[in-house]
Ligand binder design. Structure first.
Ligand SMILES: [Fe+2]
Length: 159
């Protein structure tokens, strides 16, 4: 007898879609925040920070598409409104008035939030045997942890 994958139960699917939607919301808010800081950063580290913030918003833009399209593959509705993203997101938007150091610290905290949201999605998708969601959530944890390391390094806070 061959291996047969269990079908994902509707209630499990709801939990997974909720996790994907929260991840999408936080990724979207963080994308706009990183671009906002890309525009408004000042100081002697303008060049490298302007560039790092661009790498972040470009990464997050692509990740939004991956997360939303996984929602569609699970036959659910992909949320596309910032008003709803802001309601759901633990990452908050920013007016862009901050020192370079404050911007780096704010994005660092957000990347840690995103890493933990995506880690929770790893767990829930593993529990329900949704390996496609599990795979993309794992990739996103690694991406946010890498950005967190880069931001932390700017603050001189690495071990
Ligand atoms: Fe630009």
């Amino acid at each position: 007898m061959g291996l047969v994958a269990a079908k994902i139960e509707p209630s499990a699917k709801q939990d997974i879609v909720a996790g994907l939607t929260q991840s999408l919301a936080e990724t979207a808010v963080e994308m706009t925040k990183a671009q906002n800081f890309h525009w408004n950063v000042t100081g002697m580290a303008f060049g490298p920070l302007h560039e790092l913030f661009q790498k972040m918003y470009e990464d997050h833009f692509e990740a939004m598409d991956v997360l939303a399209e996984r929602v569609k593959a699970l036959d659910a509705h992909a949320e596309g409104r910032y008003s709803k993203y802001l309601e759901r997101s633990a990452v908050e938007e920013h007016d862009g008035h901050a020192t370079d150091r404050e911007m780096v610290a704010a994005l660092l905290a957000d990347q840690e939030t995103l890493s933990s949201t995506l880690s929770a999605l790893c767990s829930v998708s593993e529990k329900h045997g949704d390996w496609a969601t599990n795979d993309l959530a794992t990739e996103r944890v690694a991406a946010h942890d890498k950005f967190a390391w880069m931001l932390r390094a700017h603050l001189g806070e690495n071990a």
